[in-house]
Write a new protein. Structure first.
Lengths: 266, 225, 230
């Protein structure tokens, strides 16, 4: 792992690819040699039992969790794990480079993580000013537009504590989309919502997919998965068991996939 | 029990002086508080260090400062340190330092509580957007941590205020000192200390009440996802 | 700079060990008795706070605010000198010190008890009564065990505070650790050494109490068979 270029030019121009990605938490190996390609405009839905590593997979894509092995190739750049034991300056510099990767990838979390000390608009403006380096006025305009896109034009100056779960998640989505990312990651975005609010968010996600956004979605919502996914990834115990179109997965003969699906879909 | 005549004249006559002494108490505790804020911050950052040694030392120091009575610390600084290392502290300085050290240990706990109370997901969301760690800390974590930290900080100050009364023992002419020498002359310790006590209670109650109001106002910064 | 004597000389300290340890013992004794009294007082005041009679509630409230707002130093002198003159009672130093510590800590403890009692979910009590248990049995088997678990840590903290506060009793002449250290420090002209040693003793006491409280808490958790949802 040299520092010189934490990222190198890769020969094959894939859009997003994970190669040999592994990650352990202490003794427990959560991801085991994951290889995955995502094409532009594709909606990849990742399903699987709890503990299969789905969330960790997502978090390795934008390096919120740094993989122990392997690389993430995005737009021709390869990102590997880097940690120098003693060269703090190098570590800092690499962190700075990672912000570039992350600014192109948006993430929506299960528990929203909306900033409670800021209004909805301020939540969106923060990213625009700090990451996209927009001016305050510009950022405000863009923020209002982003919030209107998700149907929150009347809640622009409200604090999150006054918003419902679904509305908070919309703020989170607007906040991510405002930065105009190339990929959107959804980590069980509806799992914390009351049932009647889940569909609202799924609708937003459908709209995004239709508009051509490249998405990687971890979810338990099977109907949504089979309706919207370009491909479905089934994971179990840190490995990808199979990948296929929704039809292929439905007709699969792979036993683990079958048992998972039958348990869920019943 | 024979009836005791409360001597109001004494209070009437010496109240201004008592209040002047109170001002000194406020001064000492204020300086001590500033020191405590700084020392506490140093200790808190030490405890969060990535080096095990720094962490262990910081934790040990915090434990040490929290275990030693203020009174002992005061004498250790004023008599012990100055005699041993020939640092001539004035009694005011020694008092402020002792308060700062003891308060610093408590502040270290408060800082730590504030930072850990902010949900980890907040920082994650900021980083996921592409913000630098510095920006994530400054704009997302710190504002929320401050809201959490302010009420307990005021509590620490109230504690220092109460502790500052001890400095009269080493000669700082604070309110207690005034009460002492007046009561020696007039033989009215009951009156003087009752008033001193009452003044203190009012002071600490109003500060605590102010903190309570502050906490309600800042409530909109409640931390959840 | 005195070069004939070593820089750090604890020989006087070691020589005075018996006196110092005796003072240490007295400090612990005062703190312990004071805490026991404070627990009794605090519990009583806590119950008053929860009383249906407004006057009692108000009295308890004033009591807690008073003893939480007053500096120990002021209280000690007030009790020993002031109260003695006003009430004509001649209290010896040690009882006066213990009473003062007890009063002060009772204020904090009453708050602790009150929140401990309030923290027990109403539903638990209702469930117990619905099962057919008497109020007394509900208290004993359901409320108290849980309340104890909540109360032990703050109680431990108060005990630690009482030990530290005992140092102030030296002002009224109680021959505890601080006072003995002070006198010996002046005698041998070694304040740094004596106060350092005193500090070390207090540290040991505090660590010991904290450790003891931890094991007590663990023991209590082990005894209860039901699991807590964390």
């Amino acid at each position: 792992m040299t520092f010189e270029s934490g990222h190198e030019e890769s020969s094959k121009p894939t859009f997003l690819e994970l190669r040999g990605v592994s990650k352990s938490f202490g003794e427990h190996k959560v991801l085991d040699q994951i290889n995955l390609t995502v094409a532009e405009g594709e909606v990849l839905v990742v399903i699987g039992p709890s503990g299969s590593g789905k969330s960790t997979l997502l978090r390795c894509i934008n390096f919120i969790a740094a993989p122990d092995e392997g690389e993430v190739i995005f737009e021709g750049h390869s990102w590997k794990v880097f940690k120098s034991k003693f060269n703090f300056v190098a570590n800092r510099k690499y962190e700075k480079k990672l912000t570039i990767l992350r600014s192109e990838i948006g993430m929506v979390f299960q528990n929203f993580n909306v900033f409670p000390h800021m209004t909805a608009a301020q939540n969106v403006v923060l990213g625009l000013t700090k990451v996209r380096k927009l001016g305050k006025a510009e950022a405000r305009l863009a923020a209002v537009a982003a919030l209107s896109q998700v149907g929150l034009s009347d809640k622009v100056d409200q604090y999150p504590e006054k918003l419902s779960g679904g509305q908070k998640q919309r703020v989170a989505i607007a906040r991510a989309l405002a930065l105009k990312p190339k990929v959107m990651l959804f980590d069980e975005a509806t799992s914390s919502l009351d049932p009647e609010l889940v569909n609202g968010i799924l609708e937003e996600m459908r709209r995004l997919a239709k508009a051509g956004m490249t998405m990687v979605v971890v979810t338990h919502e099977m109907n949504f998965a089979f309706q919207v996914a370009s491909r479905i990834v089934f994971m179990d115990q840190g490995r990808i068991v199979e990948i296929g179109t929704p039809d292929e997965i439905k007709r699969t003969t792979e036993p683990r996939t079958r048992s998972f699906l039958s348990a869920i879909l019943n | 029990m024979n009836s005791y005549k409360f001597d109001w004249n004494v209070i009437d006559k010496y109240l201004p002086e008592l209040l002047r002494g109170l001002f000194i108490t406020l001064e000492v505790s204020a300086v001590g508080m500033v020191l405590a804020l700084v020392i506490g911050l140093l200790l808190a950052t030490g405890r969060l260090s990535s080096h095990r040694f720094t962490r262990a030392v910081s934790n040990g120091v915090v434990q040490l400062f929290r275990s030693i009575p203020l009174f002992v610390m005061l004498f250790w600084v004023y008599y012990g340190l100055s005699l041993k290392f020939h640092l001539m502290f004035t009694s005011f300085q020694a008092g402020a330092i002792a308060l700062g050290i003891t308060g610093g240990a408590y502040m270290a706990e408060v800082y730590r509580g504030g930072l850990t109370a902010v949900d980890a997901g907040q920082r994650e969301a900021a980083i996921a957007m592409g913000m630098t760690r510095a920006d994530a800390f400054l704009f997302v974590v710190l504002p929320q941590a401050l809201r959490i930290v302010i009420p307990p900080t005021v509590n620490v100050y109230v504690g220092l205020l109460k502790g500052a009364t001890i400095v009269s023992v080493i000669g700082v002419s604070d309110m207690i000192y005034v009460a002492q020498y007046v009561s020696l002359q007039t033989f009215t310790p009951f009156e003087l200390y009752s008033v001193a006590g009452l003044i203190f209670v009012c002071l600490t109650l109003s500060i605590s009440g102010f903190a309570w109001m502050l906490e309600r106002r800042l409530g909109k910064g409640r931390t959840y996802g | 700079m005195d070069s004939s004597q070593p820089f750090f000389d604890f020989s006087a300290v070691w020589a005075s060990m018996p006196i110092l340890l005796k003072g240490f013992g007295l400090a612990l004794f005062c703190a312990s008795v004071a805490i026991i009294l404070a627990v009794i007082l605090g519990l009583a005041v806590a119950l008053l706070r929860l009383s249906p009679i407004r006057a009692l509630r108000w009295f308890a409230f004033v009591y807690t605010q008073l003893f939480r707002g007053i500096p120990l130093y002021v209280l000690v002198i007030w009790v020993y000198f002031g109260l003695a003159i006003a009430a004509g009672v001649n209290l010896p130093a040690i009882p006066a010190g213990i009473i003062t510590l007890a009063l002060l800590n009772s204020g904090y403890l009453s708050e602790t008890f009150r929140s401990g009692i309030l923290a027990i979910d109403r539903g638990q009590i209702e469930a117990g009564i619905a099962l057919g248990l008497s109020r007394g049995e509900v208290m004993r088997h359901i409320v108290l065990p849980q309340a104890l678990r909540i109360i032990i840590p703050p109680l431990g903290n108060q005990y630690v505070d009482a030990i530290k506060d005992s140092a102030i009793l030296s002002i009224i002449g109680v021959p505890e650790l601080m006072r003995e250290s002070e006198q010996l420090a002046n005698l041998y002209y070694r304040p740094f050494e004596f106060y350092t040693f005193a500090g070390a003793l207090y540290l040991i006491a505090v660590l010991g109490v904290s450790k003891g409280m931890n094991t007590l808490e663990k023991k209590l958790s082990a005894h209860s068979a039901h699991t807590r949802a964390i």
